[in-house]
Design a binder for this molecule. Sequence first.
Ligand code: PGA
Length: 257
Amino acid sequence: MNKAKRKTVIAGNWKMNKTPVEAAQLIYDINQRISNIETKGCEIVACVPFVDIDAAVKAADGTRIKIGAENCHWAKSGAFTGEISADMLKACGVEYVIIGHSERRQYFGETDLTVNQRLHAALEAGLTVILCVGELLEQREQGITEEIVSMQTKIALLNVTEEQMKNVVIAYEPVWAIGTGKTATSEQADEVCGIIRNVLAKLYSKKTAEATSILYGGSMNAKNAKELLSMENVDGGLIGGASLKAEDFSIIIEAAQ
Ligand code: PGA
């Protein structure tokens, strides 16, 4: 199987931005801009704050845009003040969920083990997971990127079956490239996405490794997207800052075609 047979995914990660009214407007604007773009074989996703989900799902109804969330809890329900379950997301019309974003790991005590638990909850609820992995700058400088990213991937996927992998997308996001304007080179992105693919081949099979979409994220923008997305192992993008501008996000969608 080659790259052309894998699903391309262009996902926006809105982080803590936009009110519900603004969210509906942004979905509308993105849809207007992509109306003339052929997007066959490309999933377009907007991962939005919890409170924007309702407005975003309504605004995206009848369009090619799917709505995702930015996190979910591992339990089905219970005494977890301030948390949201995967079943709740599913009931609101959410199709994708980001799990293990480096900002969750950095600021909210997310560990590889809780990433694994959340991932299981999301899959059981019928959501497609965008699993984020990536090294810190110090780790890259120490030459341990491969070890770090492989370990994060393996722990996140503990007890995930080969069948369930059909609903897992992996995003390689070097932490030093997120929100910094410092993008990985296309060779660096391709190399680490390839390393992740090799991990999948060992954990599952060559077939699953070749069928799984692996995205790059970290300061992807309208200017650098085309080159990054042209790489053999890069099947799409997880886009933060540039996904908040309809024009830039639609240029990235176009670049993926
Ligand atoms: P960025 O964020 O595109 O703003 O660097 C990417 C992400 O955090 O997913």
